[in-house]
Structure formats: C-alpha cells, structure tokens
Write a protein that binds this ligand. Structure first.
Ligand SMILES: Nc1ncnc2c1ncn2[C@@H]1O[C@H](COP(=O)(O)OP(=O)(O)OP(=O)(O)O)[C@@H](O)[C@H]1O
Ligand SMILES: [Mg+2]
Length: 317
C-alpha cells in the first residue's frame, strides 16, 4: 500500500454532501438517509444486514463511472454483467461505452460496423445521445456504443470548449429515462475518463484480487479528488468490487482483507469469482446472465446487483 493512500482516501471518501452516517464499527446507521421512496429503515436489508452505503446515499437515477486506469481488472466485465443483472431486476439501465476498444459494445452484441453514429459523435460532434442509444437483446438494457473512432477523441477533445463536460451535458438529456447509468472507462486517466468522472455521481472501482492490486489506486483517487473539487462536487468513490477472486489462493484473501481494511463498507460483500464462463460470454455477444444463466459468474453478478441497488424501488417502468 503506498504510504499516502490512506490520506488521499480520507479526502475522497469523506464527502461533505453524504447523507448517511457510518458508526465507528463501520455499520451504516439505519434511517440515516432520506432515500427516495424508501421510507425509514432503508439502512438495513431484509436480513437485517447494513445496506451498501452507495445505495443508502444515492437516490435513483444513479450514474456510476466504472474506473481503474489499470488494464484488465474487470471494468468491462463488471459494467456489462452488473448492467444486465440490474436490468434483470427490472431497473432501466444505460451502459455507456467510453473505451475505444469497444468491448462493452461488442460484449452486448452490438457490431460497431453497422452503426451510423457512436459515443464519439455525441462527444465531438454534438449528435444527440438519444440518436445513438441502441437496445440490446435484454429488456431494460440499453447501450451507447463506442467504435474505434473514439481512439482519436483524447487528442481531438483538447481544443474543444468545455471539453471535460461533453458527456455530462449529453447524459443530462436522457438521465431521467433510466434508473442506472454505468460508464465503462478506458484504462487511462485521460480526458475520456475525466468526462466520465465529471458526468457521474459515483465511482465504482473494480479491484482485481492479484499482486499489485492497489498499485496506481492513489493516482486514481487523486484524479477523483481533482474532478470533485473542480468540476463535480457530488462525486464520490461509493463502491469497490473485488474481481477475479480465486478462493483457493491465500493471495486473493489477503488482497480482499487489505482492500476492506482501507475502504471499509464501500467494498461490496459479494465478490466476483474467477471463472472461465465470464471470459467466454463476450465472444458470444452476451452477458453471462443469458450466456450461462446458472453459472457461478451469473449468480455472483446477480447478487452484486442486489447489493449495489440495495433493492431501491424502480423509478422508471
Ligand atoms: N471474474 C472473471 N473471471 C475470469 N475472467 C475474467 C473475469 N473478469 C474478467 N475476466 C477476463 O479478464 C479480461 C479483462 O477483463 P475486462 O475486459 O473486464 O477488464 P477491463 O478492466 O475492462 O480491461 P481494459 O482495461 O482493457 O478495459 C477479459 O478477458 C475478461 O473476459
Ligand atoms: Mg474494458
């Protein structure tokens, strides 16, 4: 753990606008939040366990930037499968693919070659975002696709007016039509990720349970702080998801323990196991929940969706 990580965490996690309070034991106080439509006691789930603080603090619609500049940690897998699982719960979900690799787009069965416009045109050429939203094979699940054009955006954005706020301005026009908006960020901290952080209310950080899991995290948190103080004061790192957890190894357990020590209740109880079905599903253009509905990966992401949403009543039907 880099020595300064804890200090940066302090600044990132203690958001002045946060409604819920956390007791010294790390337990979210029941009733601490005025969650929309939830009534009192939203702080506890049906089993009497504390709800995830992200769900307690943030009313729908929730916009989460799925970010970690480290490559291959499970950002896209989490965006696609958490999105599909939230849609399965009945929430209306919009996945925004902000990575020129376009993995979330193809993973949801959309072929970039058949598209007239993509997120690139929304950000660079003022194409209305509703014109590029594509339905997927799943009810309630929609995607703003990315194509390789987006690779030039980091440079093309440089001279553009309000270059950090292009995505926010676009999402503001459709946000009310969805319960959850999930932004799949590229593995960098450039202008595209800054656009995602400026547009979102929350950051979801997937952390791979491997060596060097926490490496680079202080850089990410520093950037979140910068965006928070200059562009988006409501931004909060609300949710940490442990990915590729291999229960047979001591290392996975140690990483999980260390992450929980530093991030406390923000770390989801449910971890995503390392399973081959999760890595196979994208080549069939499907989330794991439809590719192999009863697989361990599907079950894990369904449980994660329940935890992340906290069972908040859907707004949009
Ligand atoms: N839980 C898992 N079990 C097994 N394989 C996984 C799991 N999660 C992700 N993978 C695989 O690991 C690779 C990296 O995952 P993914 O693409 O989701 O990461 P990423 O953070 O989006 O990567 P990038 O930084 O390149 O965008 C992919 O091949 C994916 O299929
Ligand atoms: Mg990715």
């Amino acid at each position: 753990m880099p020595p300064d990580l804890d200090d940066i965490l302090e600044a990132t996690l203690r958001s002045p606008g946060t409604a819920a309070s956390t007791s010294p034991s790390g337990v979210v106080e029941a009733g601490a939040s005025e969650h929309a439509g939830s009534g009192s006691g939203f702080g506890l789930d049906e089993q009497g366990r504390p709800r995830h603080p992200g769900a307690v603090d943030h009313p729908l619609p929730r916009c989460l930037a799925v970010a970690n500049q480290k490559g291959g940690v499970g950002k896209t897998t989490t965006t696609v499968n958490l999105g599909a699982s939230l849609a399965e719960l009945g929430y209306r979900v919009l996945v925004i693919d902000l990575d020129p690799q376009g993995n979330a787009t193809t993973g949801l069965g959309i072929n970039g070659r058949n598209l007239d416009a993509s997120v690139y045109d929304v950000i660079l050429h003022d194409v209305p975002i509703e014109d590029v939203i594509e339905p997927t094979t799943l009810r309630n699940l929609f995607v703003v696709p990315a194509t390789i054009d987006l690779a030039g955006a980091e440079i093309e954005l440089v001279p553009v007016f309000s270059r950090e706020l292009r995505l926010r301005r676009a999402l503001e026009t459709v946000e009310a039509d969805f319960d959850f908006l999930l932004i799949d960020c590229p593995p960098s901290l450039g202008l595209l990720t800054v656009n995602a952080l400026a547009a979102a209310g929350e950051v979801l950080v997937p952390i791979q349970c491997e060596y060097y899991a926490l490496e680079g995290l202080s850089q990410l948190l520093r950037n979140v702080n910068l965006v928070k103080s200059n562009l988006n004061n409501k931004l909060e790192v609300s949710t940490i998801v442990l990915t590729m957890y291999d229960a047979r190894t001591k290392l996975a357990e140690q990483v999980a323990e260390e992450v929980r020590e530093h991030f406390g209740t923000r770390v989801c109880r449910n971890v995503v196991p390392r399973t081959v079905r999760l890595s196979e599903a994208p080549s069939f253009g499907q989330p794991v929940t439809t590719f192999d509905s009863s697989s361990r990966g599907a079950i894990a992401y369904r449980e994660l969706a329940k935890e992340v949403s906290g069972g908040a009543p859907q707004r949009v039907r």
